[in-house]
Design a protein around this ligand. Sequence first.
Ligand code: ZN
Length: 56
Amino acid sequence: MGGDGKGSGDPIPEEIDEHYRLFGKEPWEVDYGEKCAVCGSPVDECGLCACDSASD
Ligand SMILES: [Zn+2]
C-alpha cells in the first residue's frame, strides 16, 4: 500500500506541464480577476474562462 510513488502533493515537472509552458505559472498561481457574466467562472489574466466568452 502506498508504494506506487505517486504522492497527491507532488508538483508537476515543468517539462511536462502544458499549462506552465503556456502561461509561465501553475493554474493555481494565475491571478483571477472578475468573474465571467456568462458562465460565472473566474476569468484569468489571459481573458479566458470556462466558456471563453469573456475574451470579447
Ligand atoms: Zn465564461
